[in-house]
Every structure is written in C-alpha cells, then in structure tokens.
Design a protein around this ligand. Structure first.
Ligand code: UT7
Length: 308
C-alpha cells in the first residue's frame, strides 16, 4: 500500500491591495457592510493564474528542500485558467522546469481538495512526487461595477508537495461530492462575468460542508475533538463560523485568512494552510480537516495528518 505525506508549502499573492474603503469609493457599498456580512477587510488583485502558481510552486519546492527535477507531475486546481487551451498547468510546468506530466483540475472552490485526493490516487498507482497547486485570479472574471461580486473576490495561489510513502500515509480519509443541478447558482459563461445567487449558495454551502466534513471524520474514525485544525474554504466568515458551530470545532482551532485575501477559490485552502504553518499552528503529526465547496456545486473534505 502506498499513501502520501504532504511536505513543503508556498504561496503567492499579487502586490496590489484593495481595501473595503477603496471599493467604497467607486461602488455603493461600505466597510461596515462588507466586514459584517463577509469578514473581508482587503483582497489582492491583478494576478495572473500561471504566474502566481509558478511562484507558489517554486516556494513550496524551496520549503520542502526539493528541486523541480524531484517532481513527477504538476497538478493545478484552477477555475480561472490563463486560456482554454493549453491547460494552465502546462505553462506552470515549463515555468518551474518540472520534467513530468501536467494537468488542470476544475472543481471551483473545492479544487484543492479534489486535487489532493487525485494526487493520492496517482501516488497509489506508482507516481513520484506531485506538485499540487491551487491558483485563481477571480478578479479577471469579475465585473468591478457589480457590488454583489466585487466585494467578495481576490487573487492568489498556494502549493504543496505531495510525496508517496510506503504504508497508509497521512491522508486518513476523504469525501467528494457534486450536484450539477445547482450549477446555475454560481457561474461564469465564456467571456462573461461571475454570477452568484449568494443567499442560496450560503444556505447550501453550510449544509454540504458540514455533511461532507462529518463523513470524512467518520471515515477516519475521528470526532471533532480529534481535529487539531480546521482549514476551510474562505468564502464568508459567517459560513466558517456556522460550520464550526455545527461541527463542534471551536473557532480558535480554525485557520482564517479571508480578512486579508477575500474569496480566492482554489487558492483559499492552501493560503489558509500556509498561514497556519507559518504561525506554528501545525506541528508534525497534527490532524487537519480540509473542507471546501463552490461552483458546480461541488464539495470535498479530507482528513490529513501533517507529515505522517
Ligand atoms: O466560494 C464559493 C461560494 N460562495 C459563497 O459561499 C458565498 C455565499 N454567500 C454569501 O456569502 C452571502 O450571501 C453574501 C455575502 C454574498 C451576501 O450576504 P447576504 O447577507 O446574503 O446579503 P443579501 O444578498 O441578502 O443582501 C442584503 C442587502 C440587500 O439590500 P436589501 O434588499 O436588504 O435592501 C442587498 O442589496 O445588502 C445589499 N447589498 C449590499 N450592500 C452594500 C448587497 N451587496 C452589497 C454590498 N454593499 N456589496
């Protein structure tokens, strides 16, 4: 049996910071509304998916003490590819100088967890190390005159190295789901802008995240008290708080970065993971619960023992 361990983590966000007050200058909105309803204070914009992914990927390699030649596959989770063809992972592969394969996964904001499970499957059938990156530039598909979306989104990327190990490894359990009959709730047509039925997505998100996370914990034979850190998708602080409450995980044991980055889709979970790592909240052996949801709708959870 071959499992995985995750080692090394790196992120990249654009330099340009846009605060709630900046948005209030051009939109009929204000800092109080945005902060209270979403928890967002500022976001980074102006990113290019491939460039952020390359930078995050290089930093993850450096953090793991590895060279590009140590990687077999680049797996990029993104919902904002640079182009329809080729896959943005190809640009990332060439940009980092990885010798092996490369492909994109699009499961919207669940993409990073979908990618992690996919990486574990590749490891199980004999692949070498996989560079897993979540990167999105939602600012590029946002109508900056539409206050309902503009206040929510941001750009960023986060990467980890997924390494095959002999034995069960650190991915203790996983759960993935989708309901394509709800695809109209959150969408962006070719050449168009992001649209979201926020209220409906909010309602569904809390339900599916809690169900998916509970299933993953049950499959790992764990309870909420066994989870050292919840690393959730960062769409809305109120969704994170509601999920914590229903799961029985205290907010102190949750990584939150939405205040600084807004909703960065596929990047939000690795951004939250890196922040927790940097702040010493993830000792070796810590049990993490990663959970995401988004357009599709899709959802996914994974229980991961850090550096197992
Ligand atoms: O990552 C993928 C998944 N995405 C999500 O999970 C997001 C889920 N949804 C949400 O986070 C929330 O639904 C939003 C943050 C998008 C909206 O919060 P809400 O509490 O559901 O607000 P609402 O849409 O019900 O709007 C409340 C009021 C409305 O005015 P009236 O009808 O009460 O007069 C809106 O027109 O707030 C108004 N409004 C705003 N006001 C100031 C809507 N957007 C804004 C704004 N600034 N940006």
């Amino acid at each position: 049996m071959r499992g995985i361990t995750v080692r090394g983590c790196g992120i990249s966000v654009p330099d340009k910071v846009v605060t709630n007050d900046d948005l209030s200058a051009t939109l009929d909105t204000n800092d109080a509304w945005i902060s209270e309803r979403t928890g967002i204070k500022e976001r980074r914009v102006g990113g290019i998916t491939s460039q952020m992914a390359i930078e995050a990927g290089k930093r993850a390699l450096e953090d793991a003490g590895l060279e590009p030649s140590d990687i077999d596959i680049v797996l990029l989770a993104t919902t904002t590819p640079d182009a329809l063809v080729p896959g943005t992972s190809a640009t990332v592969q060439a940009g980092i100088g990885v010798p092996g394969g490369a492909f994109d996964v699009n499961a919207a904001c669940s993409g990073f967890v979908y990618g992690l499970v996919t990486a574990a499957g590749l490891a199980a059938v004999g692949s070498g190390r996989i560079l897993l990156i979540g990167a999105d530039a939602l600012s590029r598909i946002t109508d900056w005159d539409d206050r309902t979306m503009a206040v929510l989104v941001g750009d960023g990327a986060g990467a980890v190295v997924v390494e095959p190990v002999e034995g069960p490894g650190g991915l203790l359990s996983w759960n993935m789901g989708a309901d394509g009959s709800l695809r109209h709730l959150l969408k962006c047509d070719h050449g168009g802008y992001l649209f979201m039925d926020g209220k409906e997505v909010f309602r569904k998100a809390v339900r599916v995240v809690v169900e998916s996370a509970e299933r993953a914990m049950a499959d790992a034979g764990l309870r909420a008290t066994d989870i050292d850190l919840l690393v959730p998708h960062q769409a809305n602080l109120r969704i994170i708080q509601a999920a914590c409450q229903r799961l029985g995980i205290p907010e102190e044991r949750t990584s939150v970065v939405i205040d600084r980055y807004g909703n960065t889709s596929s990047a939000s979970i690795p951004l939250a993971l890196e922040d927790a790592l940097r702040n010493g909240k993830v000792p070796d052996g810590a049990t993490l619960l990663l959970t995401g949801f988004g357009g599709g709708m899709t959802w996914a959870s994974a229980v991961l023992r850090w550096r197992a």
